[in-house]
Design a protein around this ligand. Structure first.
Ligand code: GDP
Length: 430
């Protein structure tokens, strides 16, 4: 039996929600290991749509343990809102089903404000963040002034910790022309929310070690995508955490040997939200059609996603940096009905052809995609559950992608419905 990490291999929104949900039915434990409440997974179960931002996808199923690891930044108010929304949909959530790492960092209202102030100011780089305070919370974690879940336990020491943190934040706020944060008020807010959060708190590394020894199947649920990784992504247009699979170990307190299969969720074309380089972006009616057919609007922000052809160079790079062992290809049905489909196989830069994305936003913005053109297919792949139902050209497209990205496609998704999936290899099998 194997533990599985699921990561996005592009810029996020690859359809991880559906695959994670599909896998979580078979897992015992589902763990989130990075990011915050900006994940925006959509799950469709028996026709009911659930939108999750922070909670692991296992939470909508009974009998599964959902874990928020130390690598996640947790906004306690947003967490309680999300739990409340799911309860209204009939999902039962309590400490027997959800645990949060004691050493996870808290997102506070001042982090969200800082995100907004920066994103709305004209100076600095516009990243296109979701303005949820996630980046500023990670900054405080690395700056060693963050509050963590376990700080909600020691209420006598809380005021002092808040003041230490505010020494930094209020100096920053003054510089940005903002009012300072009232420490007493913030401490009171935290004291008020503490009893609602603490029942979920746990020593997650120990919990997971125990589960592993019991032989539980553990599913690590990544958010965003490899190209948004703080180290390996298209910096500075990236998220503020590591999104590569190695983070599943760091962000949960397990060693790298705990992860056997790394399933890279990969969209059959490319999308990107917000700013940053995007070599295969299409500003024409093809891009528009991909966006409409694929319903490419953000779950969290409602923002329209930029769309383009499949970029095999980027996905191959993501496969290497994230250690992806298997690819789950999603949204193949969105390409139905195109006369021809294109795949980017290299980049032209200053008269040379590159087989990788060069480092640095300036060079990345200048690369020109080199395309291979394949014949499209007019038949539908929508809802296919076997290879036999797929048109020959669609199979050819998938097989060619496998060759170019140097990784097998072991799972194929053909609609938003969970069961509309073609499985070539069980990720939980060794
Ligand atoms: P995530 O952040 O990676 O989970 O991506 P999203 O939640 O934004 O998922 C993308 C959207 O595509 C969701 O609305 C899914 O229901 C939908 N979706 C997932 N897989 C497929 C598929 O194979 N075909 C189609 N047409 N839609 C899909």
């Amino acid at each position: 039996m194997a533990n599985v990490a699921v990561v996005g291999s592009q810029w996020g929104d690859e359809g991880k929600g559906k695959i994670v949900d599909w896998l979580s039915e078979r897992a015992d434990v589902v763990v989130r290991f990075q990011g915050g409440h900006n994940a925006g997974h959509t799950l469709v179960i028996d026709g009911v749509t659930y939108k999750l931002s922070l909670l692991p996808s296992g939470v909508v199923r009974e009998g599964k343990l959902s874990v928020i690891g130390n690598g996640v930044v947790v906004d306690p108010w947003a967490l309680l809102d999300e739990i409340g929304r799911l309860r209204e949909q009939g999902v039962k959530i309590g400490p027997e089903r959800l645990r949060i790492a004691e050493n996870a960092t808290l997102i506070l209202p001042l982090h969200r404000e800082l995100d907004e102030i920066r994103e709305n100011s004209n100076s600095g780089t516009k990243i296109g963040t979701t303005k949820r305070g996630i980046g500023p919370a990670y900054e405080d974690k690395v700056g060693r002034r963050a509050l963590r879940v376990m700080d909600l336990m020691d209420l006598d020491a809380l005021a002092d910790k808040v003041e230490k943190m505010l020494a930094h934040h209020n100096a920053l706020r003054r510089g940005l022309g903002q009012e300072p944060v009232d420490g007493e008020k913030l401490t009171a807010q935290l004291k008020e929310i503490a009893p609602e959060i603490l029942p979920y708190m746990d020593s997650v590394w120990r919990l997971l070690d125990g589960e592993r020894r019991k032989g539980s199947r553990i599913l690590f649920e990544g958010a965003q995508g490899t190209l948004l990784d703080i180290d390996h992504g298209t910096y500075p247009y990236v998220t503020s955490s590591n999104t590569v699979s190695a983070q599943a170990a760091t962000g949960s307190g397990m060693g790298p040997a705990a992860i056997d299969t790394v399933l890279g969720i990969t969209k059959a074309y490319t999308t990107r939200v917000g700013e940053g380089p995007f070599p295969t972006e299409l500003d024409d009616e093809v891009g528009q059609r991909l966006g409409e057919r694929g319903r490419e609007f953000g779950v969290v922000t409602g923002r329209k996603r930029r769309c383009g052809w499949f970029d095999a160079v980027l996905v191959r790079q993501a496969i290497k940096t994230s250690g992806i062992t298997d690819v789950a290809l999603t949204k193949l049905d969105v390409l139905d009905g195109f006369d021809e489909v294109k795949i980017c196989t290299g980049y032209r830069l200053d008269g040379q052809v590159l087989d990788y994305l060069p480092g640095g936003a300036a060079l990345q913005a200048r690369v020109e995609p080199v395309y291979e053109t394949l014949e499209g297919w007019q038949e539908t792949t929508f809802g296919a559950r076997t290879w036999g139902e797929l048109p020959a050209q669609a199979i050819k497209y998938v097989r060619h992608i496998e060759e170019l990205i140097e990784c097998p496609v072991t799972l194929l998704s053909t609609s938003p419905e969970r069961e509309d999936t073609i499985l070539m290899k069980d990720p939980f099998e060794d």
